[in-house]
Design a protein around this ligand. Structure first.
Ligand SMILES: Cc1cc2nc3c(=O)[nH]c(=O)nc-3n(C[C@H](O)[C@H](O)[C@H](O)COP(=O)(O)OP(=O)(O)OC[C@H]3O[C@@H](n4cnc5c(N)ncnc54)[C@H](O)[C@@H]3O)c2cc1C
Length: 455
């Protein structure tokens, strides 16, 4: 065992951690960064999350006009190859960026706490016992595998990471879980030409969304050929004729569905199980989340947690903002904290993307606001006609008493870009008339905000 001391130790090569590593090094600190998996340099986003999924989604969007099985499978193979190219390129870029820094040491090994501000990193040929003045936990999260008979050992059952590496095109795909990740995959594989069925235990589709928004999204996905089964109970998964099958109970009836592949998309759990946080005095909730305060400090002095591992919203840009919170304490005005975080937008990259920021109608009413709501069909937007993407609708909620924007839900082409304009307007406390009267370029989807906010 080798004993070493650093100014800072970062556990996990996620977005917040890698950004912080670069910053600490720039500030003159000696930094150790532990990453347990050499295929994960750059973290989930680069390797098994945002980037590969969006690369595949982009390729899938181009398949639309092609028909025929041969072509679909060939296009799918090309898409997987292209995804691998992008991921490998970005992974290397992420690694090189930190590795070239003289005062950053990257350890390819699993870190486990072994004392107060002390962790052991088990690499292929050595154990490094590292003490550090500061430690940052950025270990991310992992797909949650539900307790379903046969799920662990049936061939053809995949997590989101695994299915993105599937070489054989699945003509028949079953997705367990109707959350945002499950729906992105449903839409993407349907665009490639798969016959997709989404199985969900809850009755309500996208329960966090307004009913009209959820219904619009569902209709668009159904028009893509995706089938939804809600309110069911999965009994077991098993192999039949070399293919996975899922048996479930729906309305008292026993049903079975066969597929070429089954994707399990039932949420993610924080990576703390084998971290031995207790040894460092870091409290973890019974759901495995590292407890932090608004400055992202854990219960142990000089240990912070960033990204998915600390619970809350799971997005790359949240992990990056966690970096800002920590950097503010270490090098800035020591003010910025999670309670000051303004509206966090999100996008679901469906064939017609859905993006949202702020409160929806239901939330605004239950918060006691006197509201006005405006809806606009996507077909009313000239750019939507140009793009031949007229499905969807846009919805805005404002405070009727003072004209402030409370939220927006955009189901339309390029909504993942447009939503950022609304986010900025809300954060700046703009009156709805600012978006109504703003000059935007034409023809763009963003210019639809002129009409959407014309109350
Ligand atoms: C399919 C999919 C699509 C997604 N799409 C989007 C999207 O479009 N936009 C978006 O913003 N977000 C998206 N997300 C979410 C986003 O990827 C995550 O929120 C984000 O990557 C989390 O980053 P992080 O900083 O918490 O850590 P991560 O990037 O998860 O990194 C943690 C790292 O720690 C390593 N590690 C874990 N334990 C140890 C240990 N003990 N020792 C050493 N190393 C360890 C892991 O191997 C991993 O590399 C998506 C996620 C998935 C799964």
């Amino acid at each position: 065992m080798k004993n070493l001391h650093y100014d800072s130790l970062i556990i996990g090569f996620g977005k917040g951690g890698k950004t912080l590593a670069g910053r600490l090094a720039k500030e003159g600190e000696k930094v150790a960064l532990a990453e347990k998996d050499s295929t994960m340099y750059g973290g989930t986003c680069i390797n098994v999350g945002c980037i590969p999924s969006k690369s595949l989604i982009n390729s899938a969007s181009k398949v639309k006009c092609m028909a025929g099985r041969e072509k679909q499978s060939v296009l799918y193979s090309k898409a997987v190859k292209e995804k691998r190219r992008v991921v490998e390129m970005l992974r290397k870029k992420n690694f090189d960026k930190l590795n070239q820094l003289e005062n950053v040491d990257i350890y390819n090994g699993t870190a486990v706490f072994s004392g107060v501000r002390q962790a052991d990193i088990q690499t292929e040929d050595e154990i490094y016992r590292i003490t550090a003045d500061k430690i940052f936990i950025n270990t991310g999260s992992t797909p949650r595998i539900p307790n379903i008979e046969g799920i662990e050992n049936t061939k053809g059952i995949y997590t989101s990471a695994e299915i993105m590496d599937l070489d054989v095109f699945p003509e028949r795909l079953v997705i367990i879980g109707g959350g945002y990740i499950g729906l992105e995959f449903a839409s993407m594989f349907a665009s490639f030409g798969s016959k997709v069925t989404v199985l969900q235990d809850g009755e309500k589709f996208l329960p966090k969304e307004d009913d009209d928004v959820a219904q619009e999204i569902k209709s668009i996905l159904e028009a893509q050929g995706i089938e939804f089964c809600t309110g069911l109970k999965i009994e077991r998964v098993y192999e039949e004729n070399n293919r996975p099958s899922v048996s479930f109970k729906l309305g008292g009836e026993d049903k079975v569905i066969n597929a070429d592949a089954v994707l399990v998309a039932t949420g993610r759990i924080p990576n703390t199980e084998n971290l031995n946080c207790a040894a460092a005095g870091v409290n973890v909730t019974d759901r495995g989340v590292v407890e932090t305060d608004s400055m992202l400090r854990t219960t142990a002095e000089n240990i912070w947690a960033l990204g998915d591992v600390k619970g809350g919203l799971q997005h790359t840009y949240v992990s990056l903002d966690d970096y800002r919170i920590v950097a503010s304490q270490l090098f800035g005005e020591k003010v910025y904290n999670a309670s000051q975080r303004k509206n966090v937008p999100y996008s679901v990259f469906l064939s017609t993307p859905y993006s949202r920021v702020g409160m929806n109608e239901r939330e605004a009413i239950s918060a006691g606001y006197n509201i006005k709501v405006k809806k606009l069909p996507a077909a009313a937007i000239p750019k939507a006609q140009v793009l031949n993407g007229t499905e969807g609708m846009l919805k805005a909620v404002i405070d009727a008493d003072n004209g402030k924007i409370l939220g927006a839900m955009l189901i339309c082409s390029e909504s993942f870009e447009t939503i950022n304009v609304v986010k900025l307007a809300i954060d700046m406390g703009a009156d709805y008339t600012v978006l109504r009267d703003q000059i935007f370029t034409h023809p763009t989807m963003t210019e639809a905000l002129n009409d959407l906010f014309d109350f």
